[in-house]
Design a protein around this ligand. Structure first.
Ligand code: UN1
Length: 524
């Protein structure tokens, strides 16, 4: 193992050699296939992980169900106190975990640490919530009666997360699920198992110290067979899935067919709209971060840029200048702003997209030329140059506009009226995030109102990516072409916790009579 990798794994208690157990339910195990964790920056194999076998998964499901029974009996503020300790434990390893995210996922250091901070933030929020997950007392129409709406713990929450946020997205789900009294079973992306193992180790230690069964935070590293088994398992009450639109559709159908609950966080194809009065000193760097940040691999990455004709030359000149100052490099170096793509498959997607942009006559404003090989050990990493392209035509239902490719390619179109830009923003199949740049309050009103952006995230003078945990995160879209969409899931802040409970409507009669509702008379 290289010294750069071992220096990151050692402080997180990850073995530097041998095969690492990838499943946890109170004890560590894994007798399934071996999976390799590959560093996207160098191509180095950084670990071999023993995945969960199907029979181990079933055993883990049983233990996770039992852990739920333990957790639901704890008062919510007590669960909050344990969560506070988990928060402290994760925060104490902020830098180390952030570096592991950079090593295994490939995002730059500050974004890796930021992602761990997101986990800490949602724990803070859930600690507070543990004393505020309140139900309601409803007025009954019957004398001497009262109605309570009680949020009870739900059961087992299955979290299937993606490679691009290998720590934070689990955190969003785990923190709310735990505070609500559920046990959580995590299946991380098979390409970021070490991040999941490191996080689970930190949580497990806190659970054990508090005499809570470790299976309250179970982990099963594995491939799609394990994912499918979780989706179909009747022990799992809620499946929270983050990933592709294609797999999300299958997950949605399978869970619905057994009447389970889902939270689906699927595709994003996010636009930034720049009005003539925008402050470009704010807009241009934010669009750069939205499009280049995380090498274009956030669900919230900016993929489409709509610029008003009157300022298009100025905006595109400034943006091209910004792009030319950024070249890919080692994500572990503090000065690097663009790390590698996560996989060789993503590099192929990038090359194919660029080839078809060229073939269809798009103007390539930035990037697109060959990348000088990086020095060893980075020469074998998945680096690409970020691209700004002006496709010849603009049709939101056709390529390249209708697809989320998860690579740093920004497609640009010019508009004359805000209404056109809003229509274009809304016309694609996905609806996760959107961003308007203006100082004119009238534009803001149009953008955030009923005829404005139909995405789940509707920002003003803030880029499409980098949401805080306070507001619920998720997409909106019903689309006529059924091939792609975002799902309607809501995670992290807002009222997202209400999805992690089962609501009990309890009508209680304190009186000596038993009248029927609606005045129904059934006297015998
Ligand atoms: C994702 O890409 O799946 O708003 C999540 C953001 C981050 C989360 C992105 N807070 O960009």
């Amino acid at each position: 193992l290289s010294s750069r990798a071992s220096a990151i794994l050692r402080p997180l208690d990850i073995p530097l050699s041998g095969e690492i157990a990838g499943a946890y339910d109170g004890s560590w195990k894994g007798s399934g296939d071996i999976l390799e964790s590959v560093c996207p920056s160098t191509g180095e194999i950084i670990a071999r992980i023993r995945t969960a076998s199907p029979s181990e998964l079933h055993e883990t499901l049983d233990k996770t169900r039992d852990a739920y029974k333990h957790l639901r009996a704890l008062p919510a503020p007590r669960r909050g106190e344990i969560l506070r300790q988990i928060r402290e434990s994760i925060a104490s390893k902020r830098e180390a975990l952030g570096a592991l995210v950079s090593l295994e996922m490939g995002k730059i250091r500050t974004e890796g640490v930021g992602e761990v901070q997101e986990f800490v933030d949602i724990c803070d929020s859930a600690v507070g919530l543990s004393r505020m997950m309140n139900g309601r007392v409803v007025n009954s129409e019957r004398p001497g009666h009262s109605i309570l709406e009680v949020p009870n713990p739900l059961g087992v929450v299955g979290v299937i997360s993606a490679f691009n946020f290998p720590v934070a997205v689990y955190g969003w789900n785990f923190a709310l699920s735990f505070a609500a009294g559920n046990a959580t079973l995590w299946k991380p992306s098979p390409t970021t198992p070490l991040c999941a193992i490191a996080v689970t180790k930190l949580i497990a230690r806190v659970l054990e110290a508090n005499d809570v069964p470790g299976a309250a935070a179970s982990l099963v590293v594995g491939g799609s067979d394990i994912g499918e088994a979780i989706v179909q398992a009747s022990e799992v009450d809620l499946v929270s899935f983050t990933g592709s639109e294609k797999v999300g559709r299958e997950v949605g159908r399978a869970v619905q067919s057994r009447f389970g609950k889902t939270i689906l966080e699927l595709g994003g194809n996010n636009a930034a709209v720049v009005m003539p009065d925008a402050d470009l000193s704010l807009a241009v760097p934010a669009i750069g971060f939205g499009a280049i940040g995380t090498a274009g691999q956030r669900c919230t990455s900016t993929r489409r840029l709509y610029v008003h004709r009157s300022i298009s030359d100025k905006v595109l000149r400034a943006l091209s200048g910004l792009y030319s100052a950024i070249s890919p490099g080692d994500p572990l170096e503090s000065t690097t702003l663009l790390g590698p793509l996560h996989s060789k498959t993503a590099v192929n997607t990038y090359v194919t997209a660029l080839t078809s942009l060229r073939a269809s006559g798009a103007e390539i404003l930035s990037g697109g030329d060959d990348l000088e090989p990086l020095p060893a050990p980075l020469a074998t990493g998945n680096y690409v140059k970020p691209v700004i392209a002006i496709p010849r035509t603009h049709d939101p239902l056709k390529e390249p506009w209708n697809k989320e490719l998860f690579v740093p390619i920004l497609n640009v179109a010019i508009f004359d009226h805000l209404e056109d830009a809003i229509n274009w923003n809304n016309a694609v199949p996905q609806g996760l995030s959107s961003s308007l740049w203006t100082r004119d309050i009238r534009n803001v009103g149009k953008w955030i109102g009923p005829s404005g952006s139909d995405a789940g995230i509707v920002n003003v003078n803030v880029g499409t990516s980098g949401a805080e945990i306070g507001a619920a995160f998720g997409g909106n879209k019903v689309h006529k072409c059924l091939s792609q969409s975002t799902g309607w899931g809501r995670e992290s802040g807002g009222d997202a916790w209400k999805q992690y409970v089962r609501w009990s409507a309890c009508t209680i009669n304190f009186s000596d009579n038993a009248p029927l509702a609606q005045g129904v008379n059934f006297s015998i």
